[in-house]
Design a protein around this ligand. Structure first.
Ligand SMILES: NC(=O)c1ccc[n+]([C@@H]2O[C@H](COP(=O)([O-])OP(=O)(O)OC[C@H]3O[C@@H](n4cnc5c(N)ncnc54)[C@H](O)[C@@H]3O)[C@@H](O)[C@H]2O)c1
Length: 350
């Protein structure tokens, strides 16, 4: 197995080092090697060379079994050009239409909600990843003047909406889940989101054993706090999915715990923690590496190495239960010590 690693910027580097450490540990324990190729693409690289990624960059990524990313974003690149090319560009160019974000509370103590625990926070969000308002279609007229007009279009295609909704139902079916909730804003966004409504009804009809419900995104944001236990699978568009998975991260104990995959089933896919580069924490050995390590587990699971993925998840859960964590979730260890603890646990527990 051949993995491209883009540690990126800020704490992306800190947490990626730990994810790679844990992957190496599980590969050694299982006897199934993983080769890593570290790509330097980052703000530093961009500022030094003027290149965000090389001309053949996306083709290069396609030659790997998967891509692992830390985080991208640096205050020295205010327009985020390199992050757009490397991260959003890869999502679009490799057509990674499924943004897979499991939200699972690993320990009751991490839940910020009163009287809620592990049984209440265990659902998966499928965020459409190649359309919506993130495609960059639009423009500005009379920019910088009091008459400025800024247009940012939202793109919804039948193909794009259909394939993410289908994927959400397939996920539910293969895991024996019985509830899929689609969230949109079709009361106010009557063109694009009418398409979501139509396609959702159409796809749901193929899954009679699955309860298909709809909530407006504002109501869903409220219910994620009031009653998260009602959800098993949520499917929504790019922007709404981006926002509600930060709520999901908070429900898991913080952004440092949240994992994600950017997937095109059967093709090279990209895995990354949900959090950003958190520049103030960078290089200080304080960032929580668990979201990155759980993203590495998601990567192995997606590549058909479920046993190793489960071993990593067990080790992370054990670390949380034993209080072997960074300070953001109540422990006193540094980033590297948490990575060491989990890697050792993986070695012993495989
Ligand atoms: N996928 C990505 O690469 C990605 C995602 C989001 C933001 N960004 C970029 O990251 C930069 C910073 O953005 P931001 O501050 O809005 O979001 P952020 O996720 O970097 O940080 C938000 C907050 O969460 C905390 N936090 C995040 N990850 C943590 C971790 N692993 N351990 C402990 N605490 C953690 C930070 O201290 C901060 O208070 C920006 O340039 C932004 O564009 C990148």
């Amino acid at each position: 197995m051949h993995i491209a690693v883009i540690a990126g910027d800020g704490i992306g580097r800190d947490v990626t080092a730990e994810a790679v450490k844990v992957l190496a540990a599980v590969a050694a324990a299982s006897g199934r090697p993983i080769a890593f190729e570290h790509l330097p693409w980052s703000a530093d690289h961009y500022l030094q060379t003027g290149e965000t990624l090389p001309a053949n960059g996306y083709d290069l990524l396609r030659s790997f079994d998967a891509v692992f990313v830390g985080a991208l974003g640096d205050p020295r690149v205010p327009d985020n050009r390199h992050a757009r090319d490397i991260l959003l560009g890869t999502r679009f160019e490799l057509d990674l239409y499924v943004n897979y974000r499991p939200v699972r509370l690993l320990d009751d103590r991490l839940c910020p909600l009163k009287d809620r625990g592990r049984t209440d926070v265990d659902f998966t969000v499928f965020r459409e990843n190649t359309e919506g308002v993130y495609v960059g279609v639009g423009g500005r007229f009379k920019a910088g003047t009091p008459d400025e007009v800024a247009i940012q279009e939202e793109i919804n295609t039948y193909k794009g909406v259909h394939r993410i909704i289908r994927h959400a139902f397939e996920h539910a079916k293969t895991r024996g889940l019985t509830k899929v909730c689609m969230a949109d804003k079709s009361n106010a966004m009557q063109q694009g989101h009418a398409l979501w409504q139509r396609v959702f009804r159409e796809v749901a009809a193929d899954y009679p054993g699955i309860s298909a419900t709809h909530q407006y995104i504002d109501a869903l944001a409220m219910f994620l706090i009031k009653d998260p236990g009602q959800y098993e699978v949520i499917v929504t568009n790019n922007l709404f999915g981006d926002i509600i998975t930060d709520i999901g991260g908070a429900l898991q104990g913080g952004l440092g715990m949240a994992a994600s995959g950017n997937i095109h089933p059967g093709r090279t896919s990209l895995f990354e923690p949900v959090h950003g580069s958190a520049p103030p924490l960078a290089g200080k050995d304080v960032a929580n590496p668990m979201g990155a390590i759980l993203s590495a587990a998601l990567m192995l699971d997606t590549l058909g190495r479920g046993e190793e993925a489960a071993a990593i998840e067990r080790a992370v859960e054990a670390a949380v239960a034993a209080g072997q964590t960074t300070t953001d979730i109540g422990g006193s260890l540094g980033t590297r010590a948490v990575g060491d603890w989990i890697a050792e646990r993986v070695r012993r527990g495989y």
